[in-house]
Ligand binder design. Structure first.
Ligand code: KIV
Ligand code: ZN
Length: 385
């Protein structure tokens, strides 16, 4: 089975979410939790971006021992120098250096020709290789880049010393089939590709970040990048908890797994939500409040008989206490009776039918029936006898 490395960029791309600003103490607390979760790589920030970012990356690099810590740099020497100063005392100093490769970015942002982009990328990788033992190189907007040019620049940066090649879908534009084909193309057209690891970095503008990342795994990527709860620029990045759980639950299909301590997922997700102020939608896969809640009578009856009827992820696997059977107008008698028993509200079998009728009448008017509602129904019936 292949081991897929998890590259967490919650503290860098994630912090680029509109309205999010984490202080140093909060960033360190998050990094410590990511270490417990056992991500392989923590991208702690962008050291050249600000004094605060620099100090925070340095503090995380000096504290975290069980993950590799990296920092982002543009393809300019001052960024690479700042990253080295911030990371040099870490257990495994790793640089993440990028340059845009697509025609749109070359023409409007960089105002550089293909040859000039290659020349700068190679020069900066060689410069970084004098200091850093591990260099990840990213082709920003790779998915809108001409494939022959992408293959050419990747071959050149590998020869210059890059160890990990990242193929970002910077604007969340690609589809799973196309993304998989890019990885295949690179395998067939970059002579030195076998010397490096390939990484996937997907944004969720079209809601395809998870599917795209998994397509990359199917086509040879051995590292996937993302953020906790999928936070990040615009519509966000691939949600790491979803990727890790998908690989784990569908090991039979992907024949791949990660080293993540899945039971730390719930705690990590709550911490990120609390510190960023970004609420996790109730229906979000893996960590949403409703992800393990069953409402309809048919489903509740099913899980009471055998959980696997309607649950493919057990809540305990990712650190939640248990599933919940939400009592509402769709609920059935089985779940109703089960909850009364759990609450210690002893009810004779012959009374259940009448109580259930009262419950349904009330449930028709209310969104969700609480334990207090159930207690009140039972009490009322006892008093009326
Ligand atoms: O989305 C992107 O292109 C990035 C790069 C800096 C890797 O975040
Ligand atoms: Zn990104």
């Amino acid at each position: 089975m292949r081991r897929i490395k998890i590259f967490d960029t919650t503290l860098r791309d994630g912090e680029q979410s509109a309205g999010v600003n984490l202080n140093q103490t909060e960033k360190l607390e998050i990094a410590r939790q990511l270490e417990k979760l056992q991500v392989d790589i923590i991208e702690a920030g962008f050291p050249a971006a600000s004094k605060g970012d620099f100090t925070s990356v340095q503090q995380i690099a000096n504290t975290i021992k069980d993950c590799s810590v990296t920092g982002l740099a543009r393809a300019v020497t001052s960024d690479i120098d700042a990253a080295w100063e911030a990371l040099k005392n870490g257990v495994e100093p790793r640089l993440h250096v990028f340059i845009a490769t697509s025609p749109i970015h070359r023409q409007y942002k960089l105002k550089l020709s293909q040859d000039e982009v290659v020349e700068r990328a190679v020069r900066m990788v060689k410069y970084a290789a004098q200091k850093f033992p591990i260099i990840q190189w990213s082709a920003e907007d790779a998915c809108r880049t001409e494939l022959p040019f992408l293959a050419r620049i990747i071959e050149e940066v590998i020869q210059a010393g890059a160890n990990v090649i990242n193929i970002p879908d910077t604007v969340g534009y690609i589809t799973p089939k196309e993304y998989g084909e890019i990885f295949q193309y690179l395998h067939n057209n970059v002579p030195s590709i076998h010397k490096v690891s390939l990484s996937a970095h997907c944004h969720d503008d079209l809601g395809m970040a998870i599917a795209n990342s998994l397509a990359a795994v199917e086509n040879g990527a051995t590292q996937i990048e993302g953020t906790i709860n999928g936070i990040g620029e615009r519509a966000g990045n691939a949600a790491l908890e979803e990727l890790a759980v998908a690989l784990h639950i569908r090991k039979d299909f992907y024949d791949a797994d990660t080293r993540l301590q899945l039971k730390e997922i719930s705690r990590t997700s709550s911490l990120i939500s609390k510190l960023t102020g970004m609420v996790v939608p109730a229906n979000k896969a893996v960590v949403g409040r409703n992800a393990y809640a069953h409402e309809s009578g048919i489903h509740q009856d099913g899980v009471l008989k055998e959980k696997s009827t309607y649950e493919i992820i057990s809540p305990e696997l990712v650190g939640f206490q248990s599933n919940t059977l939400v009592l509402g107008k769709h609920s059935g008698r089985h779940a109703f009776r089960n909850r009364l028993d759990e609450l210690g509200l002893s009810v004779a079998d012959e009374d259940v039918t009448q109580l259930f009728t009262v419950f349904k009448e009330l449930a028709d008017r209310k969104k969700e029936m609480t334990d207090e509602d159930l207690a009140a129904i039972v009490l009322e019936q006892k008093l009326s006898k």
